[in-house]
Write a protein that binds this ligand. Structure first.
Ligand SMILES: [Zn+2]
Length: 67
């Protein structure tokens, strides 16, 4: 049985500041990854959330069908 742990990774951009510290600035983009091998590539964060939701729903349905 394939496990589905779907994670949305928000993508940040390193923004160096004077004084030697770095800010991780959100880019509004994200990647969806799942333990089943899903990798959405870089998409808008809102779309990433949608993809993750859809994937979880599809995975849940698949699990019911194969049970
Ligand atoms: Zn999956």
């Amino acid at each position: 049985m394939v496990e589905h742990t779907t994670v949305v990774h928000g993508i940040t951009r390193n923004k160096p500041h004077r004084g030697g510290w770095t800010e991780h600035e959100p880019t509004g983009r994200a990647v969806v990854r799942c333990t089943c091998g899903l990798d959405s590539g870089i998409v808008a964060e809102t779309q990433a959330v949608q993809i993750a939701d859809d994937h979880r729903r599809t995975a849940a349905e698949a699990r019911v069908v194969t049970a």
